[in-house]
Design a protein. Structure first.
Length: 319
């Protein structure tokens, strides 16, 4: 069962993630929001789709690695050619091409896959829910013992391991939601709940900025992201019976954006520096178009063999 709504939600994740990287282009960095929401959707959808594990770990894990690393290799090569990074020794080579790479989500997801497999493989709800509870416990133990809660630190940059904890929780939440059966009512309520989570997230960020004494409560911003992701997943699933919604999900542009989520992550650090030279507001649409176009081209190149194979099969059937 592959939910049609996931196509639209993945496209939304691509847009949100791109917007979060435009901080140097907006008049205010606060306008470049959406990264945590987009990441949350991405990890939740990944967890939702991967539930039906039917192979051994080595085969299953190798299949995931084969999907990710060709795009990572291509991005790394482009960074080298553009002079954005250098490889001086074998350690630099490993860090750029193998692990952790220049993209924190790659470092995270290849670890998440390992944990996810052994938690979800037995197809037992109690193991998934118990693991989610354990992740919450670890989250708060680390939060109160290791984090600087007097400065905004829950969404650390690059290889900040703390945010991995709650993104893995969201990935497990996706697996948990896949195993449940939901009714198709309360459509608007879930959309309103998602909107309220975004508003409260923004309000909390403003409060923490004006009143630093409240910073120890910054974990609430990540709680709002969890609510947003859950509500959007439920909203999307509840709307699947609506013909207009299904038509929107099957729109060519929406399907394209949903297919290039990985490539969007990869090309941003390559494309956006060129867009930053332009003036606001022209730089914003140029940035979006450039990122999505570059991501689509990279996606097409990486998958060109598969594309032409499918085309030949269609031609044979036509004969």
């Amino acid at each position: 069962m592959r939910k049609v709504c996931l196509v639209l939600l993945k496209a939304l994740a691509s847009i949100l993630i791109t917007n979060s990287h435009l901080g140097n282009m907006y008049p205010s960095e606060f306008m470049a929001l959406g990264g945590s929401f987009g990441n949350g959707l991405f990890f939740c959808i990944s967890g939702f789709l991967l539930v039906n594990i039917k192979t051994d770990f080595a085969s299953w894990y190798w299949g995931k690695i084969k999907r990710i690393y060709p795009t990572v290799f291509a991005g790394a090569v482009i960074l080298l050619l553009c002079g954005e990074t250098v490889v001086g020794n074998i350690c630099d080579f490993v860090e750029l091409f193998i692990y952790p790479t220049k993209w924190w989500f790659v470092a995270a997801i290849v670890v998440f896959y390992i944990l996810y497999y052994f938690i979800v493989k037995k197809q037992k709800d109690v193991i998934v829910s118990g693991s989610m509870f354990a992740v919450v416990v670890v989250y708060f133990v680390v939060y109160f013992t290791c984090m600087d809660i007097h400065s905004f630190s829950v969404e650390g940059k690059d290889l900040s391991l703390f945010k991995w904890i709650y993104y893995f929780f969201i990935m497990l939440m996706g697996a948990y939601m896949r195993k449940k059966t939901y009714s198709h009512d309360k459509k608007i309520r879930f959309f309103v709940l998602a909107a309220m989570a975004v508003v409260l997230w923004g309000a909390l960020r403003v409060i923490f900025l004006i009143y630093p004494a409240f910073l120890p409560l910054q974990f609430l911003t990540q709680f709002m992201v969890v609510i947003f992701v859950y509500a959007m997943m439920r909203f999307g699933m509840s709307m699947e019976t609506e013909a207009k919604f299904r038509k929107l999900c099957q729109c060519h542009i929406v399907k394209m954006l949903s297919e290039i989520t990985l490539e969007v992550y990869i090309v941003q650090m390559i494309v956006l520096p060129f867009c930053e030279r332009l003036c606001f507001p022209v730089n914003i649409p140029v940035a979006y178009i450039s990122v999505f176009a570059a991501a689509y081209v990279l996606h097409f190149i990486i998958n060109s063999k598969q594309f032409f194979t499918k085309k030949k099969e269609r031609n044979r059937k036509g004969e």
